[in-house]
Design a protein around this ligand. Structure first.
Ligand code: ZN
Length: 268
């Protein structure tokens, strides 16, 4: 089976694609801009989640358009990056987390391709590996929402670069764009959360619906509110910039690595 990979991410990852031309894809009438890179006969796509100039806030991202654009290009595996806050003391700023679970605390997002209705006049249809079509109203299993094979791959590469990485964790996704209150951080911790962010849902959900493997490497940029003095966007950016080079290297190594065997059950 042919593997085609894409990256969804932000700062730090742009550099890999600096030289490549933007590619506009029509996803049920909406324009999605992404970038293509070819190296050693491997073709990889990059989708800047927030736009190339970081102008799209988490709650305004066209998650459906983004994932459908990648699906229509034949992408089978997505490697994503996120900046997140830690909500437990054991996971520290500057460390990496590979979430294996999520809790959805978003409010106003379209969470599925399959509401049994058209999107922009387009009937959602996803072709599966055996040629059958996924359509109508669909309920999928999310026992293992993040691909264990890609998580391991990302973990091993991250360790190779001498970085501290947690191989599992619960990503609590909130609506944003504001940061959480201390009371919310406390609630998330009691729920069993590890990290908090604003973008994994519905990205990981839609990737599964579009029959793709999906994993994300999360850089912890700060502790959640109430665990440190105050969270500012500047300090998040500062830590992210500090780790930019290593994030770029991890992603680059992962996305161009060979696939030895497909040991996961994400796709059908
Ligand atoms: Zn998988």
């Amino acid at each position: 089976m042919k593997i085609k990979r894409a990256i969804i991410g932000g700062s730090g990852v742009y550099e890999i694609f600096e030289e490549s031309e933007p590619l506009n894809v029509n996803a049920f009438g909406r324009k999605v801009t992404l970038y293509k890179l070819e190296r050693n006969g491997k073709e990889v796509f990059f989708l800047p989640r927030h736009g190339k100039d970081h102008s799209v806030p988490p709650h305004k991202i066209d998650y459906l358009g983004n994932i459908y654009a990648l699906y229509s290009l034949g992408v089978t595996e997505i490697i994503a990056t996120n900046a997140v806050g830690s909500i437990i003391p054991e996971v520290k700023p500057g460390e990496f987390v590979l979430p294996d679970q999520f809790i959805d605390n978003t409010r106003n997002r379209v969470l599925t391709f399959f509401s049994g209705e058209k999107i922009n006049g387009w009937e959602p249809k996803i072709k599966l590996s055996d040629g059958t079509i996924r359509e109508g109203v669909v309920h999928l299993d999310y026992t293992e929402p993040y691909c264990p094979r890609l998580r391991n791959l990302l973990g091993e590469i991250t360790e190779k670069f001498g970085e501290k990485v947690h191989y599992s964790g619960v990503y609590v996704c909130s609506e944003g764009p504001r940061f959480e209150t201390p009371a919310e951080v406390e609630m998330y911790r009691r729920f069993g959360g590890t990290i908090a962010g604003m973008t994994t849902v519905p990205e990981v959900v839609l990737a599964r619906e579009a029959n793709m493997c999906y994993a994300t490497i999360c850089l912890v940029t700060n502790y959640g509110a109430g665990m440190q003095k105050k969270v500012t966007h500047e300090e998040v950016i500062e830590l992210f910039n500090e780790k930019t080079q290593v994030v770029r290297k991890i992603i680059e190594n992962a996305v161009f690595s060979d696939v030895e065997s497909l040991t996961c059950n994400c796709r059908v």
